[in-house]
Write a protein that binds this ligand. Structure first.
Ligand SMILES: CC(C)(COP(=O)(O)OP(=O)(O)OC[C@H]1O[C@@H](n2cnc3c(N)ncnc32)[C@H](O)[C@@H]1OP(=O)(O)O)[C@@H](O)C(=O)NCCC(=O)NCCS
Length: 379
């Protein structure tokens, strides 16, 4: 007999599921985490020089801690072990999926990522994981499934498995992001020159950087800026609703990063009245210290045109590199339509290496396309 929560399919594959709300998740992690992670890493790394994969400790800490703003579901597709009655926990991991469901805003969306180990592809494993993810989305009242596939910029879209699968599964392209990387260290003279040429455009503004949590006096203003990332940064045709941020959510995100072994450097800019009008954040994981991740960068629309984007980035980079001299590169992602941000990054020396295609499909559309019924997949 199959265990509760497991779904069996023809072809000796079954899927095991847990979530951050599952009272049995500790037992699931003990039994399946390694196989979930190995399949995910193999799938997402294949044919990519630098997949920027999250490290197992970061993933696990997030899941165990449980984010306040999302429910996470993890799914692993396992080869059935040769255990006669099919009651066992299965053999090797073939593929993994993660489904993120925001709970404070954007409650129409379930964001899914699927990765199938190269040797297990073209057997329907990805489709089965998608079907199971769509069932979870439907059960939580979600109407839109969002996903993405990342590929090296030189890999043609028409032969990239993720791009083909997204099209086949009915995802409508919504946004293309480009990843650029900056080799560290950047010569200090180069940063000085960039700052010197930007500074005259920013008369009346101040900017500074700090490590770690947002100082208490600024946390309300920072929550306001973080909310504007969802409205002021390009989202293409994705159905992104304004995010809801308050100081508690800022602090919860900080606590999560600490649990994951991550540290941050933030640069902020204020206008002549002292109001914060922009910020940027760099993140380093203790589990992958040679990489800095460039997270949010925002200058609110009414304060653009003063080169604050460049000044913020230079300030954050100087602060991060002073504290983390072991970092060897910065990775950043921008919508390909975000000309001003890309211009800043290219002036800093970032080089394009990957594209990330994001798309959406209606949950019921994809379920009927995959012929998913109440009793499971019928293929
Ligand atoms: C995309 C991915 C998940 C597909 O996994 P999979 O187990 O091979 O998927 P399936 O066997 O269910 O195939 C799904 C469909 O995609 C298409 N497809 C996938 N890879 C293909 C390839 N190399 N060539 C042609 N078609 C391909 C096919 O149309 C296939 O359906 P079909 O075999 O019935 O015609 C896998 O290639 C992968 O892990 N890629 C890296 C991560 C990624 O890009 N994920 C994107 C979704 S989040």
């Amino acid at each position: 007999m199959a265990r509760p929560g497991a779904r069996r399919f023809p072809g000796r594959v079954h899927i095991e599921v847990t979530s951050t709300q599952d009272p049995g998740r500790a037992a699931w992690l003990a039994e399946f985490f390694d196989r979930w992670y190995v399949a995910r890493l193999a799938g997402e790394s294949h044919d990519r020089a630098d997949p920027a994969a999250w490290q197992p400790a970061e993933l696990r800490a997030e899941f165990e801690h449980g984010p306040e703003d999302e429910v996470l579901h993890w799914l692993v597709a396992l080869e059935d072990a040769d255990d006669g009655d099919g009651a066992g926990s299965g053999g090797r991991g073939l593929g993994s999926a993660e489904v993120r469901m925001p709970v404070l805003d954007n409650t129409h969306v379930a964001a899914v990522t699927i990765a199938v180990a190269p040797e297990a592809r073209r057997r329907g494993v990805g489709t089965r994981l998608l079907a199971a993810a769509a069932d979870l989305a439907a059960a939580s009242g979600r109407t839109v499934l969002r996903t993405e596939t990342e590929r090296p910029v030189e890999a043609p879209e028409d032969t990239w498995p993720g791009s083909i699968a997204l099209q086949r599964w009915g995802f409508v392209p919504g946004l293309v992001e480009a990843r650029r990387q900056l080799a560290l260290p950047v010569p200090p003279d180069a940063l000085d020159a960039l700052e010197a040429s930007a500074r005259p455009h920013a008369a009346g503004y101040r900017w500074w950087a700090f490590a770690g949590p947002v100082p208490e006096p600024d946390v309300v203003a920072m929550a306001g800026l973080m909310a504007r990332m969802s409205t002021d940064a390009p989202q293409g045709d994705l159905t992104v609703e304004p995010e809801v941020w308050d100081p508690a959510r800022v602090r919860a995100a900080e606590a999560m990063r600490t649990a994951q072994g991550r540290r941050t450097w933030t640069a902020v800019a204020a206008d002549a009245t002292g109001t914060l009008v922009g910020y940027t954040m760099l993140v380093q994981s203790a589990h992958e210290p040679e990489r800095l991740l460039q997270w949010d960068t925002l200058v609110v629309a009414e304060h653009r045109g003063h080169r604050l984007g460049m000044l913020l980035k230079v300030a954050a980079l100087r602060a991060a590199v002073a504290d983390a001299p072991e970092a060897r590169r910065v990775s950043t992602w921008n919508a390909t339509t975000n000309g001003p941000m890309i211009a800043v990054n290219e002036a800093l020396g970032f080089l394009l290496d990957e594209l990330c295609e994001e798309g959406e499909v209606g949950v019921e559309d994809v379920r009927s396309r995959l012929a998913v019924g109440p009793e499971g997949l019928r293929r």
